[in-house]
Design a protein around this ligand. Structure first.
Ligand code: C2E
Ligand code: CA
Ligand code: CA
Length: 877
């Protein structure tokens, strides 16, 4: 490989990219910076107004900048360097920019003005950006991190490029070698041709010229007894002028290479004067000149020329051209000596022994091997291989065939085989067979094929492969009726994690999840990454009987947090599936999968839905719901009503009503009476939940204020907040408005939230909940025990009440775990002074059971169903 092919492991600092990084950074960090390359060249300069630039340059000497840069290039492993100037309020730092193996490529030179420490008597223009020592340190560590990521990305891109280049190179090298083998076989065949020497030579010049990829090849012959030479035959590449006519009766003195020695002259070779003149005259930029001697005297010259085009000959080129020369020599000698057997044989042998490929010459009549070279002997040294190959060598069936890709069982190697019929040195018709080892090429091709099917990040099969495999499985199903299924998995919270924790964590998580799915024994190798956070599983006919088990095992994987670098991430998934019996062509598999997946998502997290025939009907129904909902919201949410389900307080075994949970109902013109399970998720997806939620909030607050005013000042109302509402920046303002508008005591408003949001953006959740509490309202954690319950949330979240999900109460009388769970939660809550409410109490015995625990609130059909506001007032006020 010449130096042009050497792999590159470093990158240059890109001025534009760094400038935009710098601009974006300085805009929000109240400081100044510039970038220097390792040789002190300016990559980016301090940017700012003229006054700012002047101030920075005045106060940050070149000397100091140089010193900061050199402390990195001196081999300091530190990434940040701190320096002091004469004024304590001026801050100086350097941040190293490092490439491959920590090599310093340059540095950020950073400058800040500490506003707190600036002496009173010093006048600084207000135009100058001021920071504090603490903020400056934070900014510096931020730019350090950003730079680190920037460089890591660059290096990753380079590594990928190198890998591709390496592969392309080795692929090309192998193809070249294979090609050479074919050409050589062609040329060897010509050796024994009965045609005239010049006819044979012409063929050889063409094949060799094309292979070497030069512009001209020619044979120059010395006129016997005279100092003149003629070009007796020539090949020219397409579009090139022939030279033959110019070299007729040319004096030898004008042909400087014709002095008995071989010459290999590349374009960059320094030329002696005679050559310079000769090359100049014919526009030759490179050439190979090889003498063909007869009786120790140069009789001919074989020339390879490159006209006008620069050319550097490789070792391969030299080896090849010399082989060609030897062959021409053999032919020439043979013609001259009229088939002198001895000379032919030894010449042939010396060529074939050195060849990189195996050669066998077989006499088909006598079933005997006339000749094999050393390479052949090595290739087929194992008895099994030798026996098998001899069978082929003498098999007449293969006489004129070309066998591509022969596999030797013993050595486990692949060979490319070429057959040709030639006349042997003694004139017999024989078969010449050449063998070329293509094992590497094969495995290279396999690897390339595999890579084209794989997803780079996760190593799973990619989308194209998914389509191919599902298609072929579908065709198999059509032919044989063997059933299969396709599963589609979509991660629910991945976007949150990726944004919140960075794409590095995101990538690691994706890899972890992918490999875990792919580890499930039945489906190993049948898992595909079909989108950013989407995976597909082909449950083909072989494993179809295990479909239920497979679904179960996939779901189990998502029961626990995924631990990446010691941190647990909750990432649930929704899964849709479609069975072959439910598709009518391979294309609609995908649409039906998305319908199933969509339904699964609608049902909450970690759900699985199979597509069923009715799904199309469902899709139409859904469209109708969407239209009706859009209209209802546009018309002011009048159709959305609020029902109230009483919440009971348990005091010494007696239960009394202490308020209600507000539950929304949609009384739709088109759809009739719709329950929340059917419309809340859609409202969330359509972005209409905030409007609906606002309507519920105002109505419930107004209603509760009325109860408070009419004899029950302690009655509270619970309002459900969707995750979507919680992420809206104006949620706290909306609540404040509702309090002001209705005049309710904020103490009597409780907001019920679910855990899901807390999972990946705990800090944000805590901040919003704290703001809500600072208004004086209370917060309840709803549906506790479903999803990702962790007792630690209870400690970390600012909450006043825990509502234990009704599924636990269902089981509490029969299931030991449910009982223990309720008990534990109740005890923990008690110790933290948090109320516990159990939901879904339907039977007396459930109530008796939980009465033993420190649970003080209860809700359920046992007491009352959700009822209208008027009904509630009739009963409880
Ligand atoms: P949730 O917050 O868990 O509300 C309690 C649900 O349990 C209510 O269903 C209620 O009718 C039901 N329930 C109460 N006691 C029993 C019982 O003893 N047995 C059984 N089987 N069920 C009982 P509902 O009203 O259909 O509401 C379903 C869900 O819809 C609610 O679950 C809540 O997540 C959501 N939702 C309701 N109204 C609103 C709202 O205004 N805003 C938001 N964001 N979500 C709401
Ligand atoms: Ca609730
Ligand atoms: Ca609930």
């Amino acid at each position: 490989m010449d130096s042009g092919n050497r792999l590159n492991f470093t990158f240059d600092l890109n001025r534009e990219e760094l400038q935009s990084l710098q601009d974006a950074f300085c805009r929000s960090n109240d400081m100044y910076m510039m970038c220097l390359g390792r040789d002190f060249e300016t990559i980016t300069s301090f940017s700012g107004s003229k006054l700012e630039e002047e101030f920075v340059l005045e106060n940050f000497s070149t000397q100091l900048r140089r010193e900061i840069l050199s402390s990195f290039t001196d081999g300091n492993p530190e990434n940040v360097i701190e320096r002091y100037g004469s004024e304590p309020y001026l801050l100086y730092r350097g941040v190293g920019i490092r490439g491959d193996q920590g090599r310093v490529l340059g540095a950020w030179i950073c400058f800040g003005i500490d506003g707190d420490k600036t002496p009173e008597d010093i006048f600084l223009s207000s135009e100058l950006k001021r920071t504090t020592a603490e903020a400056f340190d934070k900014s510096i560590s931020l730019i350090e991190t950003l730079t680190h990521y920037y460089c890591a990305e660059k290096l990753k891109a380079i590594a990928l490029k190198n890998k591709l280049k390496e592969e392309a190179d080795s692929g090309k090298e192998m193809e070249d070698r294979l090609h050479k083998n074919e050409i050589m076989t062609d040329i060897l065949q010509l050796m024994e041709s009965d045609n005239s020497f010049s006819q044979v030579s012409e063929e050889i010049l063409r094949a060799a010229g094309e292979y070497v990829d030069c512009t001209h090849t020619g044979l120059l012959q010395v006129r016997q007894g005279m100092d003149l030479a003629d070009m007796i035959c020539e090949w020219v590449a397409e579009g090139q002028e022939p030279l033959k006519d110019k070299f007729q009766g040319t004096p030898l003195v004008d042909l400087p290479f014709m002095n008995g020695k071989p010459y290999t002259i590349s374009s960059d070779t320094e030329l002696p004067e005679a050559f310079m003149i000769y090359f100049g005259k014919y526009n030759i930029s490179a050439g190979i000149f090889l003498p063909i001697n007869v009786n120790a005297m140069p009789a001919m010259y074989l020339c390879f020329l490159s006209l006008k085009k620069n050319r550097k000959w490789s070792v391969e080129d030299l080896r090849f051209t010399n082989d060609v020369k030897s062959i021409l020599h053999t032919i020439l000698v043979k013609k001259i000596t009229k088939n002198s057997l001895a000379s032919s044989y030894s010449a042939l042998d010396s060529i074939l022994q050195n060849a990189g490929y195996g050669v066998a010459v077989s006499d088909m009549e006598k079933n005997s091997l006339l000749y094999t070279n050393e390479t052949f002997e090595k290739m087929f040294s194992l008895d099994v291989d030798r026996m098998a190959i001899e069978e082929i060598l003498f098999d007449k069936k293969y006489l004129l065939n070309e066998l591509n890709g022969y596999f030797a069982n013993g050595s486990q190697k692949w060979y490319d085989i070429n057959f040709s019929n030639i006349k042997w040195v003694d004139g017999r018709e024989v078969k010449l067979t050449t063998f070329y080892d293509i094992t590497d090429l094969r495995s290279y091709q396999k690897r390339i094929e595999k890579q084209a099917c794989e997803d780079l990040l996760t190593g799973l099969l990619n989308r194209q492969t998914y389509e191919r495999d599902v298609n072929s499985e579908y065709h198999f199903y059509q032919k044989t009726g063997s059933e299969f299924a396709v599963l589609m998995i979509d991660l629910d919270d991945f976007a949150n994690i990726n944004e919140g924790s960075g794409s590095k964590v995101g990538d690691e998580l994706l890899k972890f999840i992918s490999s875990s799915i792919n580890e499930i024994s039945q489906i190993k190798g049948k898992v595909y990454r079909v989108g950013g956070d989407e995976f597909a599983v082909l449950v083909d006919h072989e494993i179809y009987k295990d479909l239920d088990l497979i679904v179960k095992r996939i779901r189990n994987l998502f029961d626990n947090p995924w631990v990446v670098d010691g941190v647990g991430y909750y990432c649930s998934m929704s899964m849709g599936g479609v069975k072959s019996s439910n598709v009518s062509d391979s294309v609609n598999i995908l649409t039906r999968l998305s319908i199933a997946l969509h339904d699964a998502k609608k049902n909450g997290k970690n759900q699985f839905m199979l597509y069923d025939e009715n799904a199309d009907v469902l899709a139409a129904k859904r469209l109708k719901i969407e239209q009706a909902m859009r209209r209802a919201v546009e018309e002011g949410c009048e159709e959305f009503e609020v029902y109230y389900q009483p919440i009971m307080e348990m005091v010494d075994g007696v239960t009394v009503c202490c308020g209600a949970e507000a539950l929304c109902r949609w009384n739709s013109k088109e759809m009739g009476f719709v329950m929340p399970d059917e419309f809340i998720a859609i409202a969330e997806q359509l972005g209409l939940i905030s409007e609906i939620g606002e309507k519920v909030l105002f109505a419930a607050a107004k209603r509760c204020k009325h109860w408070n005013d009419f004899g029950h000042p302690e009655f509270k109302v619970n309002i459900n907040l969707s995750v979507i509402q919680l992420t809206r920046t104006d949620i706290v303002d909306t609540i404040r408005d509702a309090i002001n508008f209705t005049g309710i005591n904020p103490r009597n408003l409780t907001f019920e939230v679910t855990e899901s949001l807390a999972i990946n953006d705990m800090e944000r959740m805590i901040a919003v909940l704290e703001q809500i509490r600072s208004l004086g309202c209370r917060v309840a954690l709803d549906d506790f025990g479903t999803g990702y319950s962790s007792l630690s949330y209870i400690k970390n979240l600012p909450i006043d009440t825990i509502k234990i999900d009704k599924s636990f109460i269902n089981d509490v009388t029969s299931d030991g775990f449910a009982e223990a769970f309720v008990k534990t939660v109740a005890e923990l809550a008690d110790s933290l002074d948090i109320d516990v409410c159990v939901e879904g109490v339907e039977h007396d015995n459930q109530l008796q059971m939980i009465d033993r625990f420190s649970v003080n609130l209860a809700q359920g059909f046992f007491f009352d169903r959700p009822i209208t506001g008027e009904e509630f007032e009739d009963k409880y006020i």
